[in-house]
Design a protein around this ligand. Structure first.
Ligand SMILES: *[C@@H]1O[C@H](CO)[C@@H](O)[C@H](O)[C@H]1NC(C)=O
Length: 471
């Protein structure tokens, strides 16, 4: 014991003297490893086979999360209907515009806008990119839904499609074939409660409650508000409130509908509260060919390393956090904290790219460009304006980026949260700036990848745990 202590002291001293003596190269290399990701270019290339989860099977009610357009997806359509990266990023801007139009700044308080029919932007666009599979009805039909922490209402496409249904991979649910489906009457208080989740006053048809939800890009779903048996992993919820959509249009392609995981009363989180206590977590896979998880309830397993971020309670369905600072390559950017606090930040599973206030993005971009100046630049990719052509390299060094939150929590982003790779000749900084300083900041799904993101809604906290990913 004493011997090893002495040798470690000697070693530390030796290290100290070495550094002190000014072996600049070694010091640079140590700093390089600490503040930069050394990236093998080949590791940036996508795979087209589905790799099973490298982590152990989660206990409790755990669902697999897959990328909608990846090889693991049950919801993927033919290759031609897979959007290009620049289409995905343009849609991402439509979602962001819709979130911004939904939330207004009133002094320092964020309020949900009152939306009346026809809703200009009733809710966020449903183009999130991650899919989970749940069971609906009796007998149970497995349906793959987009999951969305930015909205509350759950709906699926239903037969008969009176006006139109978009193409989905699984058969469209038919409530007439299910013994547990029940319509909700127009006169019930449950029908009246719809407006909080959809921002649209419900309608009435043959005394049955009719919901309508409209998304920012003119996507929508209209149909009957109903209850049905929902099977979530091995758990059953007998009267789950959802929309059975007979007229659906928009960018939900392939999926059977949308699972709302917001904070509001009708969300899946609230409707399963008696069993799971408003506690859920997910890990978004780092690539399209990996599998992540969405787990309801506290199953007692927690990630090796955990960072607790407190949520603030503004807004009914969004999860708010307070960003305080950003560091690039180990150096904190000089950004006044009021830049972040002016509009606040929400964590959203459906927005792809993190949106920062303009002053914060400008500072991040210039620090990143400075540290990447040895690499040739490439043309912008939709909303991404800082891109590089790395085709001439076998390895590159990318500065690490970390985000600090109120209360002292710091998350160090995975490489997949720093770079958005269209191809090796166009690799972009995966951040964008809002156009207005008063627009809400959004922590998008690219930046959440590989973290176990744990929502303790009742406890008012959000945890970012480090997943152990074996590559
Ligand atoms: C639900 O209501 C609609 C409209 O009234 C009706 O067409 C449908 O048959 C009802 N479904 C059930 C199972 O009652």
């Amino acid at each position: 014991m004493a011997g090893s202590n002495i040798s470690s002291i000697v070693f530390t001293c030796f290290l100290f003297i070495c550094l002190k003596a000014g072996h600049a190269r070694e010091r640079r290399e140590a700093a390089e490893a600490f503040y930069h990701h050394a990236v093998k270019i080949s590791s940036l290339l996508p795979e087209d086979s589905c790799r099973p989860s490298s982590r152990g099977q989660k206990l409790g009610a755990s669902l697999e999360v897959v990328h909608r357009y990846g090889p693991c997806s049950r919801a993927s359509l033919d290759k031609d209907s897979i959007p290009t990266h620049s289409e995905i990023l343009q849609r991402d801007q439509a979602r962001v515009d819709s979130i911004h139009s939904r939330v207004t700044l009133n002094g320092n308080k964020v309020l949900e806008k009152d939306v009346t029919i026809p809703a200009k932007s009733g809710s966020t666009i449903g183009s999130g990119n991650y899919i989970v599979t749940l069971g609906f009805g009796t007998p149970t039909k497995d349906l793959s839904l987009i999951f969305d922490t930015g909205s509350d209402f759950t709906w699926i496409q239903c037969q008969p499609c009176v006006r139109s249904c978009y193409q989905q991979a699984e058969p469209i649910f038919d409530p007439r074939q299910s013994s547990t489906y029940t319509n909700i009457s127009c006169t019930s208080a449950t029908c009246a409660s719809l407006v909080s989740a959809t921002s649209v006053t419900p309608g009435c048809s043959s005394s049955t409650c009719v919901y309508g939800i409209q998304y920012g890009d003119s996507s929508f779903s209209v149909g009957f508000f109903a209850t049905e048996k929902l099977t979530l992993a091995n758990d059953v919820f007998s009267n789950y409130l959802f929309g059975c959509g007979e007229n659906n249009q928009g960018l939900f392609g392939g999926s059977a509908g949308l699972l709302g995981l917001g904070k509001g009363g009708l969300s899946a989180v609230s409707q399963t509260a008696s069993k799971y206590g408003r506690y859920f977590s997910y890990c978004l896979p780092s690539t399209r060919s990996n599998i992540g998880h969405l787990t309801f309830g506290n199953d007692g397993t927690s990630p090796a390393e955990i960072t607790q971020i407190l949520t603030s309670s503004q807004g009914p369905s969004f999860y708010f956090v307070n960003i305080q600072a950003i560091s690039v390559g180990g150096q904190q950017l000089s950004i006044s904290p009021t830049v972040f606090s002016t509009a606040g930040t929400v964590v959203d599973s459906g927005t792809v790219i993190t949106r920062l206030p303009p002053a914060a993005y400008t500072a991040l971009r210039s620090a990143f460009r400075q540290r990447m100046s040895q690499y040739p630049t490439a043309a912008p990719l939709a909303i991404l304006d800082t891109c590089y052509d790395l085709s001439g390299y076998s390895t590159v060094s990318v500065p690490k980026i970390s985000i600090s939150f109120a209360g002292g929590a710091v998350i160090n982003l995975d490489l997949s949260g720093i770079l958005y790779v269209q191809s090796i000749s166009r690799v972009c900084l995966a951040f964008a700036g809002n156009s207005d300083a008063s627009d809400l900041g959004i922590l998008g799904n690219v930046q959440q990848r590989t973290f176990d993101v744990i929502y303790d809604v009742a406890g008012g906290s959000l945890d970012f745990g480090l997943e152990v990913v074996a590559n």
